[in-house]
Design a protein around this ligand. Structure first.
Ligand SMILES: NC(=O)c1ccc[n+]([C@@H]2O[C@H](COP(=O)([O-])OP(=O)(O)OC[C@H]3O[C@@H](n4cnc5c(N)ncnc54)[C@H](O)[C@@H]3O)[C@@H](O)[C@H]2O)c1
Length: 318
């Protein structure tokens, strides 16, 4: 049977670009985008769209039946910074949506499931440099707790029920097409917009806060690669560490200054500093590289050039 894909939370930062890429590969009608809200024009004009609330099992089931869906990508979630403002809602959305799709897979309604985890599964007691795949995990945010619990449930559904669920611990994702959705690494996207539009940026993280990051193109490639891998090569069924680069606000500002010399940065940290301080500075992703051939393409230089070029065209400035 041909692959037919449903993306839940398709209008967000990652879902938008994932949908466009999967449509390019599989044909537009093989990929159903869904969300509780409409997405940008490019997404809405690129193929079929359905309203689905990830918390409602029956609405997901109906679309799976209507479109003979085989693979689901669950991208709906409440992210780290917003989750700290609404902890109960974050827990409810992040866990219920995952249970819905895990149970649909358990009941044989779909064949394969992608669910993203995050570097937020790690906490203040985790070794911060080159954080191993298996290590101390005591997350201190509600978002991190929900992702860690989610990982345990994914592994449990694989072991107990043979559910083919695959997962990646995304680092902070940087992109230009869609705005980020309330995470702690959002500064690394906003900084490029502000550099081009007003030539300055006030960072909500301190200048030496180093975090693991990844350009969207690499994140999409990893997502598609892990889903296309042979099931026997997916040896970790909780979630894989994944890395590309790590940098501080000062380092990214210096990179931007090479292209926009008049750019100025100031630092005024807020509640997100505590979240960032609890996370790793760099990640050991050797298992993903070994098991299913992960390779990143973008470093901070290549990413900065691509971000500024793409945003320049988008805003038509300078
Ligand atoms: N962006 C990052 O830097 C990053 C890093 C690590 C992990 N992740 C994970 O990747 C996934 C996607 O992240 P993102 O950055 O695209 O998030 P986002 O906030 O940009 O997008 C989430 C989308 O889900 C939708 N949504 C919210 N509630 C919903 C519901 N009840 N039913 C259906 N849709 C709903 C929203 O409307 C939004 O379009 C999430 O699981 C997130 O935790 C993201």
């Amino acid at each position: 049977m041909n692959k037919r894909i449903l993306i839940i939370g398709a209008c967000g930062q990652i879902g938008t670009e994932l949908t466009l890429k999967l449509r390019e590969i599989n044909g537009k009608n093989a990929v159903i985008a869904s969300d509780i809200r409409e997405g940008n024009k490019e997404l809405m004009n690129s193929g079929p769209f359905e309203f689905i609330n990830a918390m409602e099992y029956d609405s997901i089931l109906k679309i799976i039946d209507d479109f003979n869906i085989t693979d689901v990508y669950l991208m709906a979630a409440m992210l780290s910074a917003t989750g700290e403002k609404f902890p109960a809602k974050a827990w409810e959305l992040n866990m219920n949506s995952l249970f819905n799709v895990l149970n649909l897979a358990k009941e044989g309604k779909i064949k394969k499931l992608f669910w993203p985890s995050s570097i937020a599964v790690f906490g203040p007691t985790t070794p911060k440099e080159n954080t191993p795949q298996e290590t101390i995990m005591e997350p201190s945010t509600v978002y991190g707790i929900s992702k860690q619990a989610g990982e345990r449930w994914c592994e449990y559904y694989f072991n107990k029920f043979g559910v083919d669920v695959r997962s990646i611990r995304y680092p902070g994702i940087i992109s230009w097409k869609t705005n980020p959705g309330g995470g702690t690494t959002d500064y690394a996207v906003e900084i490029y917009h502000n550099a081009l539009l007003i030539g300055k940026y006030s960072s909500f993280l301190k200048k030496d806060t180093k975090l693991p990051m990844m350009y969207m193109d690499d994140a999409i490639e990893a997502t598609i690669k892990i889903m296309d891998a042979d099931a026997k090569d997916i040896k970790i069924r909780s979630s894989y560490n994944l890395a590309a680069m790590s940098f501080t606000p000062e380092e990214i500002a210096n990179e931007i200054k090479k292209i926009v010399p008049e750019f100025k940065i100031s630092y005024h940290s807020d509640f997100r500093q505590n979240i960032a301080d609890s996370w790793p500075k760099s990640i050991d992703d050797s298992r993903a590289r070994q098991d299913w051939g992960w390779e990143h393409k973008f470093d901070i230089k290549k990413m900065s050039e691509s971000m500024l070029n793409s945003l320049h065209t988008k805003y038509d400035v300078l």
